[in-house]
Design a protein around this ligand. Structure first.
Ligand SMILES: C[S@@+](CC[C@H](N)C(=O)[O-])C[C@H]1O[C@@H](n2cnc3c(N)ncnc32)[C@H](O)[C@@H]1O
Length: 203
């Protein structure tokens, strides 16, 4: 469990996770170890645009914030209205957008953003039907800068399952380079991370 999670974050996370396991797909917020692995692609120079998908109560958001130089933009897309409201209250330094990552391009356009230098996702891919995985990856591929990077995670126990296998196939179809990193053992549950570059599927 993330030792930096403060009680209100944990309370908000658990209250939604217990009611909506089919949307949240995790038993606890991500650990600092997983957050560090996923956010290593976030630029620490310049004024990048970083997009976070499925921020939950913000355990990854805090680590993104630590890396980002002043003047950068940090947009976080969360589908659960309760969690989006919690993030707006507790993390006013990032731009929380309540919506579905499947509509990413339109949601970012509404915020005046056309390109992202990094996209960091903890979306519960294994819960998504194939069409939704494909649609979200297509949206990410379209908004990611050609020199940018996309990172995501699947939980270790889900790696052999159909949803995770389909995700890996789709990652390879969407990006020229897909590096499997991890596992990150210090997370509940442990996770495999993927670092993807050079989107090819700009359809
Ligand atoms: C596994 S939790 C990760 C939460 C947090 N980022 C962390 O690492 O602790 C997945 C999050 O994705 C959100 N989510 C699920 N489907 C989504 C979608 N289609 N678009 C945006 N967010 C979604 C859930 O509400 C939940 O907050």
């Amino acid at each position: 469990m993330n030792e930096t999670v403060v009680a209100p974050d944990l309370r908000a996370f658990m209250s939604v996770a217990l009611r909506k396991q089919g949307v949240v797909g995790a038993v606890a917020p991500s650990s600092p170890a997983l957050a560090r692995a996923l956010t290593a692609v976030v630029p620490t120079r310049g004024t990048p645009v970083v997009v976070e998908l499925g921020p939950g109560t913000g355990s990854i958001s805090e680590v993104i914030r630590e890396r980002l130089p002043p003047g950068s933009r940090h947009l976080a897309v969360e589908i659960e209205p309760v969690l989006a409201a919690h993030l707006r209250r507790t993390k006013p330094w990032m731009e929380t957008i309540q919506g579905d990552a499947a509509d990413l391009g339109a949601l970012l356009a509404g915020a005046g953003v056309e390109r992202a230098d990094a996209v960091v996702s903890t979306l519960p891919w294994s819960l998504f039907p194939g069409g939704q995985q494909e649609r979200i990856l297509g949206e990410i591929g379209r908004i990611l800068d050609p020199a940018g990077a996309f990172t995501t995670v699947t939980y270790l126990h889900a790696v052999p399952l159909a949803g995770a296998r389909a995700l890996r196939r789709r990652l390879r179809a969407t990006f020229d380079e897909v590096l499997t990193t991890g596992p990150v053992w210090r997370n509940l549950p442990p996770g495999m991370t993927y670092v993807c570059r050079r989107p090819v599927a700009r359809v």
